[in-house]
Design a protein around this ligand. Structure first.
Ligand code: NAD
Ligand code: UFG
Length: 332
């Protein structure tokens, strides 16, 4: 039978890929999204690829009554909460909007779940909660300390859901700390399509590869890393979303609250990622080294051992696969 899963923010980049993975694993999907950073089209493609329908409701996850109605109308059994604003720089300029949207959408969803007696909850957290890490690869036990309002919303929500799980043992709650999701579904039919100038490296490289921009600006080559450019743990989007399926399916065996890193466990520098895209596409990607970006850190890589051992989940795709699939998704 599988679960009937409400994915809030499910029309977005990670949500649409998650819907696909859930359906492939035999679950039913309901999406609630207000399209503040997405369009309905991606979910039509997911239905087309899978041959399964998705219930899609346009609306705001900050609305307790609406979320409760969606849960009850569709006999939802679990929720993956992805609805959030996610641009770090914007969150520094607009903290009130970020705290309101990200905290309220989460708390309203949890309140609606309690009213409808739905107790399984998976939260989209982020490696950003580790701030500038003391140790890489980072285990879940590392100290926490977000350095921007976006990251603070993730850190605050992790506290809220931990306390909630401790208050009533019917709750089963998992926080997934994502490292850097990149790439697209192998079909190339759904992709990451940011509105305006991309903040993140892979979408920026893709815009240079397609000729939309002249060059990638590399934010500093004087970091304490092997080639001086920033090192991150890029994880193929399909590996990341399969991690959600594993976490969801593990909830029946889980007591209360737990947290997992979702990453490859391998670092790649900015210049290495540019070279990997060149290799995958046969193109030359022009770049220019410029100043460091405010708030950046040298290195951020995951220790994914806990998710490997407890959830039985492992990444199976390489950074080269992610570059190929990201490029493939630009060809539509
Ligand atoms: P996205 O912007 O593509 O998707 C988020 C979706 O949430 C969008 O479709 C948006 O319209 C929707 N949304 C926002 N506020 C809403 C609200 N109040 N009610 C209903 N819908 C709302 O972003 P994504 O990259 O798919 O990220 C999904 C989740 O993963 C977010 O919580 C994000 O913070 C988290 N995350 C993303 C990354 C990343 O690098 N992409 C890394 C770590 C964590
Ligand atoms: N970078 C460039 N040029 C660009 C964009 C990025 O050189 O045009 C560099 C950055 O300096 C960094 C690396 O590429 O060294 C990766 O930067 P991203 O912006 O792609 O990713 P971040 O690691 O800075 O942050 C992302 C999300 C956060 C999330 C974090 C961990 O934006 O929200 O991954 O999941 F918290």
């Amino acid at each position: 039978m599988g679960e009937t899963v409400l994915v809030t923010g499910g029309a977005g980049y990670i949500g649409s890929h998650t819907a696909l993975a859930l359906i492939k694993a035999g679950h039913q999907v309901v999406v609630l999204d207000n399209y503040v950073n997405s369009k309905p089209g991606a979910l039509d493609v997911v239905s087309d690829i899978t041959g399964e329908s998705i219930v899609v409701v346009e609306g705001d996850a900050t609305d307790v009554d609406l979320v409760e109605k969606v849960l009850r109308d569709n006999n939802v059994t679990a929720v993956i909460h992805m609805a959030a604003l996610k641009a770090v720089g914007e969150s520094v300029d607009m903290p009130l909007e970020y705290y309101r949207n990200n905290l309220e959408s989460c708390m309203a969803t949890l309140e609606a779940m309690r009213n409808a007696e739905v107790w399984k909850f998976v939260f989209s957290s982020s490696a950003t909660v580790y701030g500038d890490p003391d140790v890489c690869p980072i285990p879940e036990t590392a100290s926490i300390g977000a350095t921007n309002p976006y990251g603070m919303t993730k850190e605050m929500i992790e506290v809220i859901i931990r306390d909630l799980a401790a208050s009533d043992d019917r709750w089963k709650i998992t926080s997934l700390r994502y490292f850097n999701p990149v790439g697209a579904h192998e079909s190339g039919r759904i992709s990451e399509a940011p509105v305006g100038r991309p903040n993140n490296l892979m979408p920026m490289i893709m815009e240079v590869a397609t000729g939309k921009r002249d060059k990638v600006m590399v934010f500093g080559d004087d970091w304490p890393t092997p080639d001086g450019t920033g090192v991150r743990d890029y994880i193929h989007i399909m590996d990341l979303v399969e991690g959600h399926v594993s976490a969801l399916e593990y909830l029946d065996d889980q007591d209360g609250y737990d947290v997992y890193n979702l990453g490859q466990g391998r670092g790649t520098s900015v210049l290495e990622l540019i070279a990997a895209v060149e290799e995958a596409t046969g193109l030359t990607i022009p770049y220019e080294v410029t100043d460091r970006r405010a708030g950046d850190i040298a290195e951020c890589t995951a220790d994914p051992t806990k998710a490997n051992e407890v959830l039985g989940w492992k990444t199976t795709r390489t950074t080269a696969d992610a570059c190929r699939d990201a490029w493939n998704s630009q060809q539509l």
